[in-house]
Design a binder for this molecule. Sequence first.
Ligand code: GUN
Length: 297
Amino acid sequence: MTILDGKKVSNDIKNEIAAEVEKMKQRGEKVPHLAAIIVGNDGASKTYVNSKVKACERVGFESSLFRMSSTISEIELLDKIEELNQNDDIDGFIVQLPLPPQIDTQKVLNAVDPDKDVDGFHPTNFGKMALDMTTFIPATPFGILELLERYDIPTKGKHTVVIGRSYIVGRPMSILMGRSGFPGNSTVTLTHEFTKNITQITSQADIIIIAVGIPDFLKGEMIKDDAVIIDVGITRVPDDNAEKGYIIKGDVDFENVSKRASFITPVPGGVGPMTVSMLLKNTLLARERHRQRKESK
Ligand code: GUN
């Protein structure tokens, strides 16, 4: 069994991006600038956004963080988005999810300029992804593809089972694994809360990608020997013995599943760090396209 070391791969990617930024500086070019909007005080969201800002510093990007109150109105948030759309200094930005209930998330995502949508959540970019066109691929699925590629895990003709159909992970993952090329060319089954007999499906899977946010959902007896297991779950479970008062649990019962798997991602240190690095990669791409648009004017 091989552990897919997302922390190490993510570090390699950051080093590659930092080297690109150095070259940009030597050419006298502007470095990429990523902005993030965070609404409210959700502890996990704050941790994720802080790690994105820290990662920007690490690779030499500029970053801006806009904190907004949990009571903000939809109009105020849309105004902020329009401001960032218009700000020529910012190459890409994200609105950290989830958003408070008074705000229509889809309306917000639709308001982001697709050229600056480094999360790849705008319908234009999501559609382009489904059509194999060049676009921003959502960071978590992009990170999973990168892990499969860098560990040279075969996907062609394999049965990939995706558990969870969120717009952030499961749905795009199911599209990407079925696309032509590598990683891809898989036969994909997308399962969700209404799927019947899920064990019958998971036990036939060569590759399982799970993103449901339910700790230990995938048990050892649900997989076949030598399956590849990608665990996207990161749930905070209260634990009085832990320094922070909680521990992070994935969606996979690691102890038992790892005994049968050929490759498996740990939690933490698997998919999570990859997400941050792929957001940086999308931002680098956004900067490059921004520069080209300006040059062609
Ligand atoms: N919330 C959980 N994952 C993500 C992500 O990849 N992007 C944003 N914007 N919010 C998230």
